[in-house]
Design a protein. Structure first.
Length: 208
C-alpha cells in the first residue's frame, strides 16, 4: 500500500486534498477541493496497482476503473457524486430557464436540472416543427430567477445561502431555445436530459 496523501497536497495543479475518506487494499478515496471552481468539493479515487501483477491484469484493472466512471457519469441523482470529465471546466456555462410560468418549486427544479445538464447539442435556427409550448414568461422574470436557480443546484448549500444576498446576475444575452420532448401518457420526456415534465404541471401553469 502506498503512502496516504496528506491534507494540503495538490494534484494536477487543481485538486487540494482535504481529508482521507476511506482506504482499502486497492487504494483510497479522498475529499478534495477544486481550486478552479471555488467552493466545489469533490472526491478523488486513487487506485493502487499491484506492482507484481502482469500487463494483462493492469489493463483489466484500468478498464474496470473506466467502466465504473462511465456508469457513474450516466447517473443523475442528488445523492450521487458527479464525474468530472476532461475539458468540462473549459466549456462555456449558460443558465437555462423554462420559458413558461410554473409553480415556484417546480420552476426552480426544472431550471436547475437543465442548467446542471448544460445541453451541448448544436442549435438549429428557426422555429421547430410539431407542437410548441407557448412562451409565457417575460425575459426579465427569467433573468431575475437566475440567482435562485444558482442557489438551488449549487453545493455546498449552506455556503451558498450565506452568499446569496450579495449575488446579482445580469444577462449578457438571451436566447429562446426549444428542446425536443417525447410525449408520454402523463408527461413529456427528454431522455437525453433524463427529464420529465408532468402534463398536469403544464395545465396548471396556464392559470398563473
Amino acid at each position: 500500500m502506498s503512502d496516504i496523501l496528506k491534507p494540503g497536497v495538490i494534484l494536477w495543479s487543481r485538486y487540494r486534498i482535504l481529508d482521507l475518506v476511506g482506504q482499502g487494499g486497492m487504494g483510497a478515496i479522498y475529499q478534495a477541493e477544486d481550486l478552479r471552481l471555488e467552493g466545489r468539493l469533490c472526491a478523488i479515487k486513487e487506485v493502487i496497482p499491484n506492482p507484481g501483477a502482469g500487463k494483462e491484469y493492469q489493463e483489466q484493472t484500468q478498464a474496470a476503473f473506466h467502466r465504473e466512471a462511465s456508469i457513474l457519469a450516466r447517473l443523475d441523482h442528488a445523492n450521487l457524486p458527479k464525474v468530472s470529465q476532461p475539458g468540462w471546466d473549459e466549456l462555456p456555462f449558460h443558465f437555462w430557464s423554462p420559458a413558461f410560468k410554473a409553480r415556484p418549486q417546480s420552476f426552480l427544479k426544472l431550471a436547475a436540472h437543465i442548467t446542471g445538464a448544460q445541453p451541448q447539442d448544436a442549435l438549429t435556427p428557426g422555429p421547430p416543427t410539431g407542437k410548441m409550448r407557448s412562451v409565457t414568461l417575460p425575459v426579465q422574470e427569467a433573468v431575475e430567477s437566475l440567482t435562485l436557480v444558482l442557489a438551488f443546484f449549487a453545493r455546498p448549500r449552506q455556503r451558498m445561502d450565506a452568499l446569496l444576498p450579495a449575488i446579482h446576475i445580469q444577462a449578457r444575452r438571451v436566447l429562446l431555445v426549444y428542446l425536443p420532448f417525447q410525449e408520454g401518457h402523463h408527461e413529456w420526456v427528454h431522455p437525453a436530459l433524463n427529464l420529465a415534465i408532468s402534463k398536469n404541471l403544464l395545465a396548471h401553469a396556464r392559470n398563473l
